[in-house]
Design a protein around this ligand. Structure first.
Ligand code: DOR
Ligand code: ZN
Length: 434
């Protein structure tokens, strides 16, 4: 074995527990123990004080390749992901061309493998061209080398209930899941921000909660009716949380995600008219943020997914009404997970962080090689985080091409020191290794 594939990592705290040493060999965790002594001359990493987590898995990333390589490429997005502690990201289908055929998903998957910093798992479109008219070739994408299991028209809602029903039925054959962007477009025409008192005051057209909630209610009932698996993208309202809680209590097979920005930010940021805060679904009220945080803690919302949505400068730095919705998030998501899942006295709930950023996203995406935790025999895909360090966000220094971060200037807790993908470091000393 070469030195690069064999590592002794000393003194890391798995999920914040007592320090152990990790022996990484041939892409797997060969041994875990106290004071491991290995007689051969292998690379050692002093991880004293660092917390070890299973490599993060994002169920919702926009990489913009093919089509908008000026906004992000699979390579720049992979770099951002690795720096954020990710070992796998699901690349959303709203590219140009749309990822609605086996050919396109295999292309994305292959470029991801070639870059080699993170496993890029393509999401397949539900409908051809995201047009909402007929089903895309879901089976061919599932059977392709990319083994697509998550399908989504994200950015656009699958509005037709008959089509949604057929999609849910179709993916049962390979235990796939439909990830719905819940937005009844007939209620959000021209919408610019959350509908409420503030949208009236600012003179911006409103995006009402009911546009999200009515689709979630409908789709939960459809999933129940056909006995299939539904995933709800970027849940943003307290009412949505109640509906998902109800559906889960009925045994309906639904999972849900929340984004870092919906956990942290509220609609009043729109008062600045700075389009960096424009996103779909929009930032909501403080009550919604509280409900989302509570739902993440109690498991009603299963996971944090970034909805990393890089945009070219000209698409974001313009008048609010013309700006594209979306924010970058891969490089900050773990910090926001730490902020959200700590008790206010500095005690971080690392176990929940591992659950919502790795274990459950891997389970929902059917990624057997990820989200396994730090166990002997498991793939050596993990992240080492220094909870004592913080990062002040400087848009100019992001690895993502997107500069559209709502966290500019904020000091966020935690720093990714190292990321390993199947035994090979993709990040060391806080820097991408290639
Ligand atoms: O804000 C968003 N941006 N929400 C989406 O659903 C799509 C995304 C994008 O593609 O930019
Ligand atoms: Zn999205």
């Amino acid at each position: 074995m070469t030195a690069q594939t064999e590592w002794l990592i000393k003194g890391l705290r798995p999920l914040g527990n007592d320090p152990v040493d990790l022996h990484v060999k041939d892409g797997v965790i060969a041994a875990i123990g106290q004071d491991l002594v290995l007689d051969n001359d292998i690379q050692t990493l002093d991880a004293t004080g660092l917390v070890g987590l299973p490599g993060l898995v994002d169920l919702h990333t926009h990489l913009r390749e093919p089509g908008r390589e000026d906004a992000e490429t699979i390579e720049t997005g992979s770099r951002a992901a690795a720096l954020g502690g990710y070992t796998a990201v699901h690349a959303m289908a709203n590219t140009d061309p749309v990822a609605d055929t086996a050919g396109v998903v295999e292309q994305v998957w292959n470029i991801g493998r070639h870059v080699g910093l993170v496993d890029v798992i393509p999401v397949g479109a539900v409908t051809t061209g995201l047009k909402g008219e007929r089903l895309a070739e879901l089976g061919a994408m599932a059977d392709s080398a990319a083994r697509v299991r998550v399908f989504s028209d994200d950015g656009i809602c699958v509005g037709d209930p008959g089509l949604m029903r057929r999609a849910l039925e179709y993916v049962k054959a390979f235990d796939g899941v439909i990830a719905q962007h819940a937005e009844d477009a007939r209620l959000t025409g021209g919408a610019q921000m959350n509908e409420g008192v503030l949208s009236g005051k600012l003179g911006l057209a409103g995006w009402p909660s009911v546009a999200e909630e009515s689709i979630i209610a409908r789709d939960c009932l459809l999933a129940q009716h056909v006995g299939s698996r539904l995933h709800v993208c970027h849940v943003s309202t307290a009412g949505s949380v109640e509906l998902i809680r109800w559906a889960k209590s009925k045994g309906i097979n639904v999972t849900a995600e929340v984004t870092p920005h919906h956990l942290l930010l509220t609609e009043d940021l729109a008062e600045s008219y700075d389009p960096v805060y424009k996103v779909n679904p929009p930032l909501r009220r403080g009550e919604d943020v509280d409900a989302l945080r509570e739902a993440l803690r109690d498991g009603t919302i299963d996971i944090i997914a970034t909805d990393h949505a890089p945009h070219a400068v000209e698409d974001k730095e313009c008048e609010w009404a013309y700006a594209r919705p979306g924010m970058v998030g891969l490089e900050q998501a773990l910090s926001i997970a730490i902020m959200t899942l700590s008790d206010g006295n500095g005690a971080v709930d690392w176990e929940s962080i591992a659950r919502v950023t790795s274990i459950d996203p891997a389970r929902i995406g059917q990624l057997t090689e990820h989200g396994q935790g730090l166990m002997t025999g498991a793939p050596a895909s993990f992240v080492l985080v220094d909870p004592a360090q913080s990062q002040t966000v400087d848009p100019a220094r992001l690895a993502s091409k997107g500069r559209n971060t709502p966290y500019a200037g904020l000091e966020l807790p935690g720093k990714v020191v190292a990321t390993f993908l199947r035994g090979t470091p993709t990040v060391l000393d806080g820097k991408v290794t290639k």
